[in-house]
Design a protein around this ligand. Structure first.
Ligand SMILES: CC1=C(/C=C/C(C)=C/C=C/C(C)=C/C=C/C=C(C)/C=C/C=O)C(C)(C)CCC1
Ligand SMILES: [Fe+2]
Length: 571
């Protein structure tokens, strides 16, 4: 029977993780300093490990010691650090680099993602529930300064203060306050709090973007979860206050498309199922509605829209058969599909809107699909007369299988490491004709076995956004695995894949930074942060062309998995 070592029991437990690498000590303050090569810039204060229950001393130290958390142990196996909460609110220091960082790489890579999955005695259920944790890699003339910081969202601050969940997260709902009598109106109050957005989280744990005016914004799928941060100190600046009336709609795509001049995003409408396509000029806080798309399916809710794609002239709006469900939004206990429902019988669609006029120029039915991340899209002119005839839109597609959502439950991730339970995924390529045809196509762009049948967390050379492009960087797999455990470079023209992997690792999104002045699409570097089986973590730099390692730098502690990043060039 699986046994759980309690926090107390683990406090004094010395746990040898690997004979060759880190020896971790389950004591509150100790750390194996022989393994720590980091040079702390400043000393920082630990926060209490589980910021409830036992209040532990706040101490000064260069880096956190491993966690004596019950959440780290599943069935007597230590959990992978990728799924283990960060152990202090912030840390900063210089990392020792092995290899050579290119001298042109000057700037900051910022990564966002959930990094703290417990409050008090309560362990969160799903990967997407965790409190936003920012990690920076600041490249400065061959040196690397790093750090992490929890985002001071209202949700996180309230959890810290009250030692309990106070807002609705992805899968978690706060418990209603206990009263001596049953209030017959409390259910209605809860509906009002949900639909006014009051009870929804602002835990911006998903994306981070650098707006054209230099402001850096963390995002999640609730509009109130748009939060500005200082990319150097990682301090939270405050809410991004939209200067328009669109905030009534509560939900947004977690992945706006941002360029030096503008930002595009989608705002789903839960009441009249559809999407608003909005644009915000760099330097402004005001979004303008360019157009609106009505959902084609007769279902109650719009399709879930985590991301979308743009071409030079068009916005590609997905209408997935995985739809928001008002019924599931209201439930306290999650279903296997959380706030969503699977409605393939109602069809799957893609809509194309003109960026200039807001007009819908194509709306096609396509085979059922499940995607969270669009990779890129572009226009093709098959007749060679300068007029686009078809739109190609590529995405990480989960073979229309919704199981991926429940696979990302923390219990599953923690207990199935090494088991080959990750459902297959591929690069899905949509072809959307612009001649008024009713149907579009969905094909596998590159044989999925070449990237281990895992495919997600993608990036491209940003200079190719909306244009015909060749290379995709993403997380693939070396089977057996329960989560993507490799980095893959996919050549969409030659249909070839290069994979990079080390035993036991969980790497985060490979992020491509082009070399200034480069003329080849893959001339640049790929940055990722890797969580190791032995409890450690390191930053890795791969050459964008050869996909071989050029530098790595070990963190003095283990960092959990993170989602998406952005690049802020040094000014
Ligand atoms: C808080 C509420 C919601 C929040 C939604 C969130 C936080 C959605 C986040 C989605 C993410 C991070 C998707 C990432 C997918 C990554 C995958 C599939 C990786 C696969 C690896 O192989 C709503 C649900 C909007 C409802 C209101 C409350
Ligand atoms: Fe995402």
């Amino acid at each position: 029977m699986a046994s759980v070592i309690t926090t107390k029991a683990m406090m004094s437990h010395h746990h040898v993780l690997s004979s060759t690498r880190i020896t971790t000590l389950y004591s509150d303050t100790s750390i194996d300093n022989q393994q720590i090569k980091a040079k702390p810039q400043t000393s920082h204060r630990f926060f209490s490990r589980r910021f409830s229950g036992v209040t532990r001393a706040v101490i000064n130290s260069p880096a956190p010691s491993p966690a004596p958390e019950k959440e780290k142990v599943e069935g007597e196996r230590r959990c992978h650090v990728a799924w283990t909460s960060v152990q202090q609110e912030k840390w900063e220091g210089e990392l020792t680099v092995q290899g050579n960082i290119p001298t042109w790489l000057n700037g900051t890579y910022l990564r966002n993602g959930p990094g703290l999955w417990n409050i008090g005695d309560h362990d969160f259920r799903h990967l997407f529930d965790g409190y936003s944790t920012l990690v920076k890699l600041q490249f400065d003339d061959g040196r690397l300064f790093s750090g992490h910081h929890l985002l001071e969202s209202d949700a996180y601050k309230a959890a810290k203060k009250h030692k309990k969940l106070c807002y609705r997260e992805f899968s978690e709902t706060p418990k209603p306050a206990r009263t001596t009598f049953k209030n017959p109106f409390s259910g209605i109050g809860e509906i009002v709090r949900l639909f006014s957005g009051e009870s929804l989280t602002d835990n911006a744990n998903t994306g981070v973007v650098r707006l054209g005016d230099g402001r850096v914004m963390c995002l999640t799928e609730t509009q109130k979860g748009s939060i500005l941060v200082d990319h150097e100190t990682l301090e939270t600046i405050g809410k991004f206050e939209y200067d328009d009336v669109l905030s009534d709609h509560m939900i947004q795509s977690a992945h706006p498309i941002v360029t030096e001049t503008e930002m595009w995003t989608l705002i789903p409408d839960l009441v009249k199922p559809g999407y608003r396509v909005v644009r915000m000029e760099a330097g402004s806080n005001k979004r303008e509605v360019v157009g609106r798309v009505r959902c084609r399916a007769g279902s109650w809710g719009p399709g879930w829209v985590h991301s979308f794609a743009v071409t030079e002239n068009y916005v590609v709006i997905p209408e997935m058969p995985l739809r928001y469900s008002v019924k599931n939004l209201l439930r306290a206990e999650p279903t296997p599909l959380y706030k969503f429902e699977w409605c393939p019988q109602d069809g799957a669609f893609l809509h194309v809107m003109s960026k200039l006029t807001g007009e819908i120029v194509a709306s096609v039915e396509v085979p059922a699909y499940v995607t969270f991340h669009f990779i890129n899209a572009y226009e093709e002119d098959e007749n060679g007369d300068g007029k686009a005839t078809v739109i190609i839109a590529d995405c990480c597609e989960h073979n229309a299988d919704t199981r991926i959502l429940d696979m990302l439950r923390l219990h599953t991730l923690r207990s199935s490491h090494g088991h080959d339970v990750l459902p297959d995924a591929r690069i899905g390529r949509f072809r959307i004709p612009l001649d008024g045809s009713k149907y579009g196509k969905l094909e596998t762009a590159v044989e999925a076995d070449k990237h281990g049948r895992a495919m997600d967390m993608c990036s491209i050379n940003p200079l190719y956004l909306g244009l015909k492009y060749r290379y995709v960087y993403a997380c693939g797999a070396k089977r057996p695995c329960n989560f993507p455990n490799a980095l893959s470079k996919v050549d969409m023209v030659e249909k070839k894949v290069k994979n990079w992997h080390e035993h036991g690792i969980i790497p985060s999104e490979p992020f491509f930074v082009p070399r200034p002045g480069a003329t080849r699409e893959d001339d640049g570097v790929v940055i990722s942060i890797v969580s190791e089986e032995n409890g450690g973590s390191y930053a890795i730099l791969l050459d964008g062309s050869s996909f071989e390692e050029i530098a790595r730098a070990k963190f003095p502690y283990g960092l959990p998995y993170g989602l998406h990043g952005c690049w802020i060039p040094k000014h």
